[in-house]
Design a protein around this ligand. Structure first.
Ligand SMILES: [Zn+2]
Length: 212
């Protein structure tokens, strides 16, 4: 997923930087048009694959967990199509917004360069700095998406298997946020207000099902 985002961002940047500055404004309007018009069919297919894979892994992990706890294999409910759809929708929009921001930022750098009569190498530096920010944002989105989706799936599958409570389990390293460290090993209800494991950005905590 990050590759999907970063390749596109890098392509756009490359095209700008390798072309004659005289064409920059023209290039900009081409990219703007592409973003508005693009239906993103291939993006959607990639997201579909990424998220389906997460579903498979989450389901298998949960099944192993349940087997360990009960000694029995459990049937996990139907595939939550609407959950998948809403994640794909949300991330298609996020990807578009990163691309939009990327082109907007390049546009700003170019306009500013023209207005102030800046040197091409300075405008180039500007573009690289601004697009670096977009890449970091893309990275955050790509890293966070699988975590949040697996969290939502865990919740879905546990609730549909009749589990009402879980024990909060952090990953136990120094990157765990303090508010989650406080929750470690405590029991929470799925019906409670949350947050639940992996509902917050970059959370890698886990929900161990409570069987009683
Ligand atoms: Zn956490």
């Amino acid at each position: 997923m990050y590759r999907l985002l970063s390749t596109k961002l890098a392509d756009v940047e490359q095209q700008f930087l390798s072309s004659n500055p005289i064409q920059w404004e023209q290039l900009l309007s081409i990219f703007e048009k592409a973003i508005t018009e693009e239906k993103g069919k291939s993006d959607q297919a990639i997201l579909d694959r990424v998220f389906s894979n997460i579903d498979k892994n989450t389901r298998e992990g949960l099944q192993r967990q349940m087997e360990r706890l009960t000694g029995k294999s459990v049937w996990l409910g139907v595939f939550p199509k609407s959950l998948l759809d809403s994640f794909i929708d949300e991330h298609t929009r996020l990807i578009k917004s990163v691309q939009r921001e990327h082109v907007d930022k390049i546009g700003l750098a170019i306009k500013r360069g023209l207005r102030e009569g800046r040197l091409q190498k300075d405008v180039t530096k500007d573009i690289q700095r601004l697009t670096g920010m977009c890449k970091r944002r893309a990275q955050l989105i790509a890293r966070n998406a699988p975590l949040q989706y697996s969290g939502a799936l865990t919740k879905h599958h546990q609730i549909s298997a009749g589990i009402k409570q879980y024990r909060w389990q952090t990953s136990g390293d120094e990157r765990v946020r303090e508010s989650h460290r406080d929750r470690n090993n405590k029991v929470y209800a799925w019906e409670g207000p949350g947050p639940h494991p992996r509902s917050e950005v970059n959370c890698r905590c886990d929900a161990v099902p409570m069987l009683i």
